[in-house]
Design a binder for this molecule. Structure first.
Ligand SMILES: Cc1cc2nc3c(=O)[nH]c(=O)nc-3n(C[C@H](O)[C@H](O)[C@H](O)COP(=O)(O)O)c2cc1C
Length: 339
């Protein structure tokens, strides 16, 4: 469930477009067939009437259709009847790289299940729905956001290799945003910086271990003359090494952000671990899992970037009603003569 605040009234939402993004998240090379069993769909509990936002909080739900198999095992109240379905047996074999060990130690659980379910990336489904709403708002001022694996061909080859070896892989995703005017974000505080907000949003996604804006880490090895984007008389640039952001503010060029995903921690050939019940050496929990979720991450990262850009645009242009938001954007780009 997600509750979205700050959306102007009068924004038209397309249920099929939101569901299409949910579908993209479920697909992708390297995911197991369990992802495709049933398609995620968005439900709206509040804030929308006949497909248009009301300017009040928008409450979105994406049901987990697998939940029916867990009604006994994950029952919020002491369950009645005979134990049945998944989650009946406690998990005591923490997986290196997952939330399992740190989670049970932190919260004092006996059953790793109490940590791993909430830590799981299932949560990203509703974030993708929220991102689709953000993209609709951004589209009203000509901004488009798209995420994809950085090198799809090489990724697919590595996934094939990992699948054959019953292993997992990660990869790099890239999100690009076009039509962003100069002036979103601010250098005033670190919380206002657009690059900081994007990095925070991307690092907040499970399994993301690195984020770079524009040429990012490669800039560290270059001379300054080779690292910045010269300014033409029309105030545009011939290069975009900064990835569209300078001093925490969009500079009018394409926003380019990359995120590195580690290999998924649930392994078919498990790593060494400890049985928390006996204290004996053991191997980690084996569950049916994906070989890679890089293309799914691209969709989640796209949603995260869209959400942050929508927030920054809303900060800049305000407006309780969409017409006011659009008018403020138009007045601004006219003032700075941006085209
Ligand atoms: C879209 C997506 C799908 C994921 N699917 C799996 C999976 O099938 N199996 C798994 O072990 N980890 C999966 N993960 C990664 C774990 O959720 C993540 O590694 C774990 O919660 C530990 O957090 P950390 O990697 O941020 O340290 C997925 C992550 C994302 C973003």
């Amino acid at each position: 469930m997600a509750i979205l605040t700050g959306l102007p009234a009068g924004l038209e939402l397309d249920r099929d477009a939101i569901d299409a993004d949910l579908k993209r998240r479920q697909e992708g090379y390297g995911r197991s067939p369990r992802q495709q069993i049933e398609q995620d769909r968005v439900e709206v509990l509040a804030g929308l009437r006949h497909g248009r936002t009301l300017g009040t909080p928008l409450a979105l739900v994406v049901q987990n259709r697998d939940h029916k198999n867990w009604t006994w095992g994950m029952s919020p109240w002491p369950p009645e009847g005979e134990p049945a379905g998944k989650g009946v047996k406690p998990v005591t074999l923490p997986r290196p790289g997952h939330a399992d060990l740190a989670g049970v130690l932190k919260y004092g659980h006996d059953d790793v299940r109490n940590a791993l379910e909430r830590a799981s990336a299932r949560h990203t489904a509703v974030h993708v729905a929220a991102g689709a709403v953000a993209k609709a708002l951004l589209a009203s001022i000509g901004i488009a956001v798209h995420g994809a694996a950085a090198d799809q061909e090489a990724l697919h080859a590595r996934i094939d290799e990992a699948r054959a070896a019953r292993d997992t892989v990660g990869g790099v995703v890239e999100v690009r945003a076009t039509g962003v005017p100069p002036g979103l974000g601010s250098y005033a505080t670190k919380e206002d910086r657009l690059d900081a907000r994007l990095a925070f949003a991307l690092m907040g996604i499970q399994a993301v271990k690195g984020v770079e804006i524009g040429d990012g880490f490669a800039l560290a090895d270059r001379f300054g003359s080779d690292a910045h984007d010269e300014i033409r008389t029309d105030r545009r640039r011939d290069t975009n090494r900064a990835g569209g952001i300078e001093a925490g503010i969009s500079n009018g060029e394409e926003i380019v952000v990359r995120a590195a995903m580690k290999p998924l921690p649930t392994l078919m050939k498990p790593l060494r671990s400890v049985d928390l019940a006996s204290g004996e050496e053991a191997t980690a929990l084996v569950e049916r899992s994906d070989v890679a979720a890089v293309e799914a991450l691209a969709v989640v990262a796209e949603a995260a970037v869209a959400w942050e850009l929508a927030r920054a645009a809303r900060d800049k242009f305000g407006g309780d009603a969409l017409v006011d938001f659009v008018a403020a954007h138009r007045a601004y780009v006219e003032r700075i003569e941006w085209r």
